[in-house]
Design a protein around this ligand. Structure first.
Ligand code: ANZ
Ligand code: ZN
Length: 860
């Protein structure tokens, strides 16, 4: 009797087999096999997997299983990015510790990952909130602190004056604290910074070595690093010099004032006896630290009353405080050239400051009353005295020479990239291993005292970091002088935790060092897979960490270690789905697809809510998200249709890098294919295991065999370029072709061979059902089967189709043996009935044979 396809049973059996046989446990070295490291970005343990995870990890799993079948020793690990803010928020809401909440989520999500059949080596599981892991992060911190790569300085944070706490950028909504609603202030506090700017050039240059990364990601990294060639120019005044950074030194003669950031020393000094200026500076500090907001806000400023001297003309230029100048970029001051800089133009127009054009402008109207006309590309200099007529390059050189002689300027490269501030004024993170001593200052925790363990049982209440009130954590003796001292309560940016986990997977259980020689064996990661949302920060910080670890000697000889952590990168597209909403008093209310029914009337589709029968508005197809309530719960899909269906649907509906639109009919279609596959396997179960001889004389079977190998050839090509959707269509064609086989010996042979090829091609994508079918009809286990190879001899056709043209027009066709001679082909064409009809009454002038394609008969 043929069993029916019950996905629950099939998936349970396969998963149990993998578990018992430790199928995905990987040794660090296997004789005769090359290592291959396939890594998917580890998730934040938010509670449940979403479809984005399912897609990401399915792609990784398909790659890993495919590479295993190709004979590689494949590492595919998984872990948890387990520190972070959501756990603190959940703790506040549910009165459980972030640790408990996170643990519960990890357990739940691990089970979900298992239900999806992903072949992770769970023995290497990492959770960043465990001391075994973060201990080494702390150790590395102390090393880098001693080297000076980590240093302490004041940084600016968002301060919520009501909750008395520091807010992350995403907790500032329209300039107000997300919980308190209080107007957020900018505050300066001491923080720890990584000197990532020391590596800016290397991070930029090595992008060129990443030939298997999406161009788009490399461009984003490049822009983020933002290398600008320019000049630092000094504007002297009685107490010193205001330094500015400019990318347009050629416009120096057009500088009509100097604008400084509110935090700039000259502004602070001027404000000391100017209450109005003081108030303005305070005003500027409101509204958070987000740079995009700073750039787009209305330009505001106030004169300081101070003047500086123009380094060439000697003119006195007023110094203004301006809200568009950022203290953390360049020198925190700009030479304002209103004729040629949009922001300066807006500001000068508003406050009546002079606008002096110094670059020749093509525009007809030279009045400079609006920005568009003032704008100039590089051009030749005007109104610039001795520099008139020079172009950008010459002017830059000449001005540099002039200023260098007076020690008031030099050519400089500036990066947009800032040093990376890693202090977070939060509880649920890796403690910064520093002890503050009144006598000795900041003392790094000695290696023997690591890890600094974060107490697991605190429950934050929204009023700041609970470590502040935790005496047991706070009080410690100074490692240097032994006097009573205090622990740092800030924790590390969670981007630090995720910057080196890829390396730790290799040395996951090493308790004597951060990494050991196994990291050398596995790195770089051969294939990294994750969302485009990590294109900038996560990838940049990981690349940076990699270089730091290399320079620390943690990856073997630094001269020989790989320069980059991730050889190839794939950024998977979004999972999108229709959205529906209604206007509500507080904005929008979003409704799930499941709660909505389409109504088609006069060819137009509208939607009603099932609950009340009233209309809802179609919001278009959007990225699945909680906020739009348009998500589909993977667990529901697994229960209802099975993991294989979910995996097949995801891989079939779009190539990995494109967005994938959720569709119930698509999911159902995927399941139907699985059932056909299943039915076919069990229908021919007995004949598939029969040993039979192939007979090439059986033409019908031979043709089908050729189709199988043709499709196999395409599928293998597509596997290597990650086009899994077309791999699947090739398999569908194979199954159709195999269905047409007869009952001869040769047919049985071809069915046997073809079905085995097809199952192996599908195994990486739908491992459960192929496991079960294989176990029933073939010998051994599919897990140890090799990827099928194309038999080129099967592809050789022994008959060829020709078309016949008479005077260039298509008139007929015929089939002839591939071995036929030119004469035989001509004869066949000329005797063809259809051709003869068109040749009646004509004289044949010439017969042209294009091999394997056509015969053209020229006649008059
Ligand atoms: C004069 C000038 C004339 C400028 C002109 C531009 C156009 P990038 O290319 O991004 O490096 N700038 C310098 N420091 C700043 C700060 N702390 N806050 C805000 N703006 C600052 O930008 C460099 C340009 O940004 C510099 O060149 C400076 O304005 C401004 F026709 O100087 B420029
Ligand atoms: Zn001390």
């Amino acid at each position: 009797m043929k069993p029916a396809y019950h996905h629950q049973d099939v998936e349970k059996t396969a998963q149990a087999y993998w578990e018992t046989n430790k199928t995905f446990k990987v040794a660090d070295h296997v004789e005769g096999k090359q290592n291959y490291y396939c890594l998917s970005m580890f998730p934040y343990p938010s509670g449940r997997l979403h479809m984005g995870h399912v897609r990401n990890y399915t792609i990784g799993d398909v790659m890993s299983r495919y590479m295993t079948m190709k004979g590689f020793n494949v590492l595919q690990p998984m872990g948890w990015d387990a520190f972070g803010m959501p756990a603190e928020n959940a703790a506040i809401d549910n009165k459980v510790s972030p640790y408990q909440w996170t643990q519960k989520n990890m357990t739940y999500m691990k089970n979900q990952l298992k239900l999806l059949g992903f072949g992770f080596d769970w023995d290497r599981e990492i959770a960043t909130c465990e001391p075994d892991y973060y201990r080494w992060e702390q150790w590395f911190f102390t090393k880098l602190y001693e080297k000076g790569i980590i240093y302490r300085k004041n940084g600016i944070v968002n301060w919520d004056p009501i909750d008395q706490t520091v807010l992350a950028n995403e907790q500032v909504i329209d300039g107000k604290g997300w919980r308190s609603g209080a107007e957020v202030e900018r505050r300066e506090i001491p923080m720890y910074y990584f000197r990532i700017t020391d590596y800016a050039d290397e991070l930029l240059e090595d992008l060129d070595t990443l030939t298997d990364w999406p161009l788009q990601v490399k461009i984003m990294q490049k822009n983020w690093i933002g290398k600008s060639q320019g000049m630092e120019i000094g504007f002297p005044y009685e107490d010193g010099t205001v330094r500015v950074f400019t990318t347009r030194p050629d416009t120096l003669m057009g500088a009509s004032y100097v604008a400084v950031a509110p935090e700039h020393a000259i502004a602070q000094k001027a404000a000391a006896n100017n209450p109005e200026l003081q108030a303005f500076i305070e005003e500027c500090k409101k509204g958070g630290t987000n740079e995009a907001d700073i750039a787009t806000q209305e330009k505001k400023g106030m004169a300081t009353g101070a003047f500086v001297t123009h380094p060439i003309t000697g003119d006195q230029l007023p110094v203004w405080v301006a809200n568009y100048v950022i203290i953390t970029y360049g020198e925190g001051a700009v030479m304002a050239v209103p004729a040629h800089d949009e922001r300066d133009f807006e500001f000068a127009t508003k406050y009546g400051l002079p606008i002096k054009p110094v670059i020749a402008n093509d525009a007809e109207d030279q009045s400079y009353t609006t920005w568009q006309e003032a704008y100039a590309e590089h051009g030749s200099l005007i109104n610039s005295g001795e520099f008139n007529g020079l172009g950008f390059e010459e002017a830059t050189q000449a001005i540099a020479k002039f200023l260098e002689a007076k020690d008031l300027g030099f050519i400089k490269t500036q990066y947009r990239l800032r040093d990376w501030g890693i202090s977070r004024q939060r509880y649920w993170g890796c403690p910064i291993p520093i002890i503050h001593c009144e006598c000795c200052g900041d003392v790094p925790v000695p290696e023997k005292d690591l890890p600094v363990v974060l107490p697991n049982d605190l429950i934050p209440d929204g009023s700041g970091n609970p470590l502040h009130k935790n005496e047991a954590f706070l009080n410690v003796d100074c490692p240097k002088c032994g006097k009573a001292a205090r622990r740092e309560t800030d924790t590390m940016d969670t981007f630090m935790d995720s910057s080196w986990y890829y390396a730790r997977f290799a040395s996951h259980d090493c308790n004597t060092a951060m990494l050991d020689e196994r990291a050398e064996q596995w790195l770089p990661v051969d294939q990294y897979i994750g969302g485009i949302e990590h294109a900038i920060l996560h990838l940049l910080y990981s690349r940076f960490f990699h270089k730091l670890m290399r320079d620390e000697g943690l990856l073997g000889d630094p001269a020989k270690a790989p320069k980059e952590p991730f050889k190839a990168l794939l950024t998977q597209g979004m999972v999108i789905s229709p959205s529906f909403y209604r206007h509500a008093s507080t904005g929008y209310t979003w409704y799930n697809l499941d709660d909505v029914t389409p109504v088609v009337k006069d060819g137009e589709t509208t939607y009603i809510l099932n609950a009340d029968g009233q209309p809802v508005i179609y919001g278009g197809v959007q990225k699945m998200s909680k906020s739009k309530n348009n998500g589909v719960d993977p667990e529901f899909i697994i229960n209802e249709y099975g993991a294989d269906t979910a995996r097949l649907f995801m891989m079939f509906s779009a190539p990995p890098e494109q967005s994938l639109e959720w569709s119930v009919s698509g999911v159902e279609g995927a399941q139907r294919f699985l059932k056909r596959l299943w039915t076919f396997g069990f229908e021919f179960k007995d004949s598939l295991s029969e040993k039979v001889e192939y007979d090439p004389a059986d033409k019908a079977s031979k043709d089908i065999r050729r189709v199988v190998h043709e499709e196999l050839k395409k599928a293998l090509f597509d596997y290597d370029r990650y086009q899994y959707n077309t791999v699947i269509s090739a398999c569908m064609k194979m199954l159709n072709a195999l269905g047409e086989l007869g009952d001869t010996e040769a047919a049985k042979y071809v069915r046997n061979e073809g079905f085995s090829i097809m199952l192996r091609l599908l195994y990486p994508i739908i491992p459960h059902v192929t496991h079960e079918i294989w176990s029933n009809v073939f010998e051994g286990k599919i897990e140890t089967a090799e990827i099928p190879t194309v038999d080129e001899s099967v592809l050789v056709r022994d008959e060829i189709n020709y078309v016949i043209q008479v005077n260039g027009k298509l008139r007929g066709e015929f089939v002839i043996a591939a071995s036929a001679s030119k004469e035989e082909i001509e004869a066949m064409a000329l005797t063809n009935e259809a051709a003869q009809r068109h040749l009646e009454g004509l004289n044949i002038m010439k017969v042209i044979v294009v091999p394997k394609k056509l015969v053209n008969i020229v006649a008059k």
